[in-house]
Write a protein that binds this ligand. Structure first.
Ligand code: NAP
Length: 477
C-alpha cells in the first residue's frame, strides 16, 4: 500500500474522505482504497479549454520528440509494473497475475504507438495536369476525449491515449468510477515522462454530465468510447450535433464453435481462457459455446473439470485465478441468466451458485443442453457462465453464430484448414480466433461490426483514428 500511496501523488486523490469525492472500493473485501475528486460539467469545459492550448504546443513537437516522450512513459509503466498491478487488483478484483498481464498489455500500446508516431506518412498523388501537384498530409485531429470501462482499467486507456498523443492530439480521459486510480497512476507516470498535464487530463464524476460536456463542446473533435452498446448509442446520438469523429468499442456476444475434428484438449483450454478471463468480464469473452453433436459429451466433461478446478479468491492471494464480480448488479445478471437457462432445460455440470467466499464471488459455471430460447443466447452475460449448445452442421452453426446484433469476437476450433478459411470468412465479426481463445495484442486491429462498434484500436490502423487526412492541390504554373 505504501508504494501505491507514493505513486498516487495527485491533487485529485486522497486516502481519507473529502467532500465532493467518489469512493473507490476493493470488490474482494469491501474496503475503501481511496477517494477521488469529482468535477462538474463546468470543470470539464475548463479542462477542455486548457487541453486546446496544450494540444497546439504538443502537436508542434516533431513526431520524434513525441515518440521519445512516449518511450519514457513506456519504461516508467514497465518500471512500476508490480505497483500498478496491485493497485488494479485492489480496485478491480482480477487476480494479480491477470493484472500483471494487463499492465504488460497496456504498456505494449505505448511502445507500439511510440514506434507508429514516426510513420504518419501522407502521399504524393499522380497529378491530372502538368501544372498541378497533389499531396495528402495527415494532421492531428486536435482535442479528443475517452470514456473507458472498469474491466480493463489500464489497457483501455493506453489503447486510446497512446495513439492520440503519438498523433499530436490532446486527450481528456473519463475512467469508470469504479476504477479511476489506475487511470491516475498512468497519467502521473506520463507527466513524469514529459507529457504535458493539460494534454492528458483525467476527469472523474457524473458520467452523463461529463459525456454531455464532451459532446456539446465543439473543441472536442473526437470521442473514443469503450463500454456498453446502450451508452455507446447515446454517445453516437449526442455527438451528431457537431458531427464528431467516433470510435465505439461496445458489447459482444461471442460464439465459440468446436467442430468434431478439433483438438478437444486445446479447444477446452481455449474456452477456459476466453470464457473465464477476468471472471468472464471482458467484451471478447465467449458467451455462447457451440459444440458439434459427435463430441458434445466428451467436450462438456473436459470443460467442466477445468472450470471446477479454477481457484477463486482475493486476487492478491497467491494462486488465485478468479476474483469476484465487479458488483451486485453483475452478480444478479449472472444468476438471472442461469435461472432462465435452467428453467428452459439447461443442466448444470459445474458451479451454478454463489461461492462460499461470500461477497460477489461466483463459482465458474458450465451449463449443458443450452438452447436458442434462453436469454443467455441473446444477451452478454459478462460473468463466469459457459452455456454449451449442440449443433449438427457447419451451415447451421454459422447461421446461429451470426444470429445476433453483435459482431465483436468469435472463435472456432477445427483441424480442417479449408473449414478454417470458410467459417472464418463467413462469421460476421470484427475478430475471429481460429484454434485459439486469446486474440488481443497491440499489433492486431481490435474492434467490432454491427452493434459492437465503429473503428479499430491498436495495429497500424489505430493511429488513423486520431488523424485527419488533408488534400493539398498546388498549381505551379
Ligand atoms: P458502461 O456502463 O457503458 O460504462 C462504461 C463507461 O461509460 C464508464 O466510464 C461509465 O462511467 C460511462 N458511462 C456510464 N453511463 C454513461 C452515460 N450515460 N453517458 C456516458 N458515459 C457513461 O459499461 P461497463 O458496464 O462499465 O462495461 C461493460 C461493457 O463494456 C460490456 O458491454 C462490454 O462488452 C463493453 N466493453 C467493450 C470493450 C470493447 O473493446 N469492445 C472492451 C471492454 C468492455 P461510470 O463508471 O461513472 O458509470
Amino acid at each position: 500500500m505504501q508504494a501505491i500511496q507514493a505513486l498516487l501523488q495527485h491533487p485529485d486523490i486522497r486516502f481519507e474522505p473529502f467532500s465532493g469525492s467518489l469512493t473507490v472500493d476493493n470488490p474482494a473485501t469491501g474496503d475503501t482504497v481511496a477517494y477521488v475528486r469529482t468535477v462538474s460539467a463546468e470543470g470539464v469545459h475548463q479542462a477542455i479549454a486548457r487541453a486546446q492550448t496544450a494540444q497546439k504546443r504538443w502537436a508542434s513537437k516533431t513526431a520524434l520528440e513525441r515518440a521519445d516522450i512516449l518511450w519514457q512513459w513506456y519504461h516508467a509503466v514497465c518500471g512500476h509494473k508490480e505497483t500498478l498491478a496491485r493497485l488494479m487488483t485492489m480496485e478491480q478484483g482480477k487476480s494479480l497475475n491477470e493484472s500483471r498481464g494487463e499492465i504488460d498489455y497496456a504498456a505494449s500500446f505505448i511502445r507500439w504507438f511510440a514506434e507508429q508516431s514516426r510513420r504518419s506518412d501522407g502521399d504524393v498523388l499522380t497529378p491530372l495536369k502538368h501544372t498541378q501537384r497533389m499531396l495528402v498530409v495527415k494532421q492531428a485531429i486536435g482535442v479528443t476525449a475517452a470514456i473507458t470501462p472498469w474491466n480493463f482499467p489500464s489497457a483501455m486507456i493506453t489503447r486510446k491515449a497512446a495513439p492520440a498523443l503519438a498523433a499530436g492530439c490532446a486527450m481528456l480521459v473519463k475512467p469508470a468510477s469504479k476504477t479511476p486510480l489506475s487511470a491516475y497512476a498512468l497519467a502521473i507516470l506520463a507527466y513524469g515522462a514529459g507529457v504535458p498535464q493539460d494534454a492528458f487530463a483525467v476527469v472523474c464524476g457524473h458520467a452523463g454530465h461529463i459525456a454531455d460536456a464532451f459532446a456539446e463542446n465543439p473543441v472536442v473533435r473526437k470521442i473514443s468510447f469503450t463500454g456498453s452498446t446502450e451508452v455507446g448509442r447515446e454517445i453516437f446520438r449526442n455527438s451528431a450535433q457537431h458531427i464528431k469523429k467516433l470510435s465505439l468499442e461496445l458489447g459482444g456476444n461471442a460464439p465459440f464453435i468446436v467442430f468434431d475434428d478439433a483438438d478437444l484438449d486445446k479447444a477446452a483450454e481455449g474456452l477456459i481462457a476466453s470464457k473465464f478471463r477476468n471472471s468472464g468480464q471482458t467484451c471478447v469473452c465467449t458467451n455462447r459455446v457451440y459444440v458439434q453433436a459427435g463430441i458434445y459429451q466428451e467436450f462438456a466433461q473436459k470443460v467442466a473439470e477445468k472450470a471446477g478446478s479454477l481457484k477463486l479468491g482475493n486476487g492478491l492471494e497467491t494462486g488465485v485465478q478468479q476474483g469476484p464480480l465487479i458488483d451486485r448488479k453483475a452478480l444478479s445478471k449472472v444468476e438471472e441468466h442461469i435461472a432462465d437457462a435452467l428453467a428452459k432445460g439447461a443442466v448444470c455440470l459445474s458451479g451454478g451458485k454463489r461461492s462460499s467466499l461470500g461477497g460477489t464471488f461466483f463459482e465458474p459455471t458450465v451449463l449443458t443442453e443450452a438452447n436458442d430460447d434462453m436469454a443467455i443466447a441473446r444477451e452478454e452475460t459478462f460473468g463466469p457462465v459457459a452455456p454449451l449448445f449442440r449443433f449438427d452442421t457447419e451451415a447451421e452453426v454459422i447461421a446461429r453464430a451470426n444470429h445476433t446484433e453483435f459482431g465483436l469476437a468469435a472463435y472456432l476450433f477445427t483441424r480442417d484448414t479449408a473449414r478454417q478459411w470458410r467459417v472464418g470468412e463467413a462469421l460476421e465479426y470484427g475478430m475471429v480466433g481460429i484454434n485459439t481463445g486469446l486474440i488481443s495484442n497491440e499489433a492486431a486491429p481490435f474492434g467490432g461490426i454491427k452493434a459492437s462498434g465503429l473503428g479499430r484500436e491498436g495495429s497500424r490502423y489505430g493511429i488513423e483514428e486520431y488523424l485527419e487526412m488533408k488534400y493539398l492541390c498546388i498549381d505551379i504554373a
